[in-house]
Design a protein around this ligand. Structure first.
Ligand SMILES: NC(=O)c1ccc[n+]([C@@H]2O[C@H](COP(=O)([O-])OP(=O)(O)OC[C@H]3O[C@@H](n4cnc5c(N)ncnc54)[C@H](OP(=O)(O)O)[C@@H]3O)[C@@H](O)[C@H]2O)c1
Length: 353
């Protein structure tokens, strides 16, 4: 997090002159980007008055919506309404590059579904945005695991930002936290990083069946588009890989992470484990070794006096081991979609101020 971002005060009141609005585009318009549209609407006056940032939304795209553009800016209130907004897609725009051109995009918010195999098409979308000359901000962790170095270097060559704070622990500034810790060496970490499985485990301990608990997570809007990505530990493995790749500077493939999901845990086993003082949690781990990094995602019995045992519902937790601070932990209590949207909003401010 850049210090000047938080303290920035325009010398002249931005209301006294016309600020050129940033043309902002949404790619993917599901839970995350819809909530971001609402948050941008809520914070528009603060962005303008405190940070000198004006914006208009000139492009919205998804599989169902197609590639929609309004160079003057869509009505935010229309975008924020529940349901699918009635936006006109352009017959002559069929791919991202012409969409970015037509929308004159300055910033892309990419929040399409996770593709664990290769991160596509999100990787191509972000590459196109950076080549177009826009900042690229994503909530999609697949892009980090499959193309972090390429996209980081491309952003640097283009003089633009590639930011992804919402990919791990929603909007908590995990990646920017390490910007404040120069020349520190991360030796390892462990934590609970997948909210969906944590909700399912918590609810099954309380007596819900697996299916009822999954439905609850889906109602909260936190489950992946394909919930098997959560249940089988893929989402947690991708987050682990993202942290190892960026913060430990070791590119790690998903097949190098030992991975097991929560399918085999029965309500009875969960209740017994909690009663015995060793509840099950889906734990992510990474540790530096002489050969690189050893990483795993699997259900573990955690002693009930440990902080991880108390992480319930949508909450997340991470414990970093560094050469300077032996233990640095962050707990995120009960975030909702606004926390994820906040990560994108904070990245937007970092990118354009
Ligand atoms: N939900 C969370 O709590 C959370 C937290 C952190 C990060 N994330 C990440 O944020 C991203 C979005 O999550 P979400 O919850 O918003 O998902 P979602 O509600 O399922 O929405 C996904 C959106 O992406 C669009 N999309 C999917 N594939 C596409 C493609 N090939 N081209 C264009 N659009 C495509 C979908 O379009 P259609 O609806 O038209 O098919 C939909 O608008 C995911 O990568 C997820 O891992 C989510």
């Amino acid at each position: 997090m850049k210090q000047e971002t938080r303290n920035f005060k325009p010398e002249t009141d931005p209301k006294d002159f016309a600020i050129r609005p940033h043309n902002v585009c949404f790619l993917g318009f599901g839970n995350v980007n819809r909530t971001l549209a609402q948050l941008l609407a809520d914070r528009a006056a603060e962005l303008r008055d405190r940070y000198g940032i004006a914006f208009r939304i000139t492009g919205v795209a998804s599989r169902r919506l197609g590639w929609t553009v309004d160079p003057e800016g869509f009505e935010l209130s229309q975008l924020c309404r529940a349901g699918t907004p009635a936006l006109k897609s352009h017959a002559n725009i069929t791919e991202i590059r012409s969409w970015l051109d037509a929308a004159k995009a300055d910033v892309l918010f990419e929040a399409t579904s996770l593709n664990v195999e290769n991160g596509q098409p999100a990787v191509d979308y972000i590459r196109a945005a950076l080549e177009h000359g826009a900042h690229a901000i994503t909530a999609n962790k697949g892009t980090i695991v499959h193309a972090y170095r390429e996209l980081r270097d491309l952003a640097a060559r283009q003089g633009k930002r590639f930011l992804f704070e919402s990919t791990v622990m929603d909007g908590v500034p995990i990646f920017s936290f390490f910007d404040q810790l120069p020349a520190i060496h991360l030796q390892g970490f462990h934590g609970i990083l997948n909210s969906t499985t944590n909700v399912i485990l918590s609810e099954m301990e309380q007596g819900l069946s697996f299916d009822e608990a999954l439905k609850k997570a889906q109602r909260l809007g936190i489950a992946e588009t394909d919930a098997t990505h959560d249940i089988d530990g893929w989402d947690a493995a991708v987050k682990t890989a993202a942290l190892v790749t960026v913060l430990m500077d070791v590119p790690i493939r998903l097949d190098q992470i030992e991975r097991d999901g929560i399918r085999d845990l029965t309500p009875q086993a969960l209740r017994n484990a909690r009663r015995d003082g060793w509840p099950f949690k889906l734990v992510c781990r990474a540790q530096r070794t002489p050969d690189g990094v050893k990483a795993s995602v699997k259900p573990e019995k955690v002693m009930s006096t440990q902080p991880m045992a108390r992480i319930a519902g949508t909450s997340s937790y991470i414990y970093f081991e560094t050469d300077i601070f032996p233990g640095l932990a962050i707990t995120e209590e009960n975030p909702g979609l606004y926390a994820t949207a906040y990560g994108l909003l904070a990245d937007f401010i970092r990118a354009v101020v």
